[in-house]
Design a protein around this ligand. Structure first.
Ligand code: NAD
Length: 264
């Protein structure tokens, strides 16, 4: 085949089920010939993730809890033994205590703040350290973020602050690793119904709002995030680093929409 990802090996972190953004990305790059490994959090996700990985012809599956450096080291040690070199990595991981994702941001606890920052921000830096050490020039690292980093969104709270830090870290990582020809980018996805999203208060309302107010007047799909990821992870994106690519039906571009009813 002549796929865009032919001959490239990548690790996809954050696959929970077939609704995961990680799954949309995995399918898009596998279709273009990528060889994949997956990491998942905790043994109870294994039975969900195993058949998905197998459907892409990928037996490489690793357990990894990004809260632990030992767990991350074990993952990359295993991957290094298996492949030696890595061409790309997708970090589709975020977490905050559900209690922080309702009510007011001002009530955020120190523990809740620390947890969200550790899992949703530092973990990307931690995996970039290990992944970059296995990459040749042309390597590509990708994380997922949300518009709640840039503007206040209902109930996003501490995750908004964490995503802002994640987006800043993408720029610092891009500068550090750019010297080695390695690119680091983020996709800012519009709201998509996933396991993680179900933890956010009034998520249905957020989806409806985006559907009604985005330029394309609809929400985006995992497949569309997958196509954008294909650009950033393949040679198509060779000139792009430190970028935050919005895949949100254009919602981020709108300040206020005109009234569409003809008689007002
Ligand atoms: P998801 O629930 O399918 O994926 C989240 C993943 O994070 C899960 O696989 C979970 O196991 C993993 N995870 C959480 N804590 C972990 C830990 N300690 N160690 C290892 N893995 C851990 O939901 P998703 O929406 O596909 O989320 C993927 C990414 O996309 C997240 O960063 C999320 O913030 C981001 N995002 C989601 C949306 C949306 O609307 N769904 C929008 C923009 C950005």
């Amino acid at each position: 085949s002549t796929g865009l990802m032919q001959g490239k090996r990548g690790l996809i972190m954050g696959l929970a089920n077939d609704k995961s953004i990680a799954w949309g990305i995995a399918q898009a790059v596998a279709e273009q010939g990528a060889e994949l490994a997956f990491s998942y959090q905790g043994e109870q996700l294994k039975k969900r993730v195993e058949p998905l990985a197998a459907s892409l012809g990928t037996p490489k599956l690793y357990e990894c809890d990004v809260a632990s450096d030992d767990s991350i080291d074990a993952l990359f040690g295993a991957l290094r033994a298996e492949w030696g070199q890595l061409d790309f990595l997708v970090h589709a991981i975020g977490f905050a205590d559900k209690n922080e994702l309702r009510g007011r941001y001002v009530d955020t606890s120190r523990a809740g703040f620390g947890l969200a920052m550790d899992i949703s921000v530092y973990s990307f830096t931690a995996v970039c350290q290990r992944a970059a050490a296995m990459m040749a020039p042309g390597g590509s690292l990708l994380t997922l973020t949300y518009y709640g980093a840039e503007k206040v969104m209902p109930h996003y709270n501490v995750m908004g602050v964490a995503k802002a830090a994640l987006e800043a870290s993408v720029k610092y990582l891009a500068e550090d690793l750019g010297k080695d020809g390695i690119r680091v980018n983020a996709i800012s996805a519009g709201p998509i119904k996933t396991l993680a999203a179900s933890g956010i208060g009034d998520f249905r309302y957020i989806m409806k709002w985006n559907e009604l107010n985005s330029p394309l007047r609809r929400n985006v799909t995992q497949e569309e995030v997958g196509k954008a990821a294909l650009y950033l992870l393949s040679d198509l994106g060779s000139g792009t680093t430190g970028e935050n690519l919005h895949v949100d039906a254009g919602y981020h571009a709108v300040g206020m929409k005109a009234i569409e009813a003809p008689d007002i």
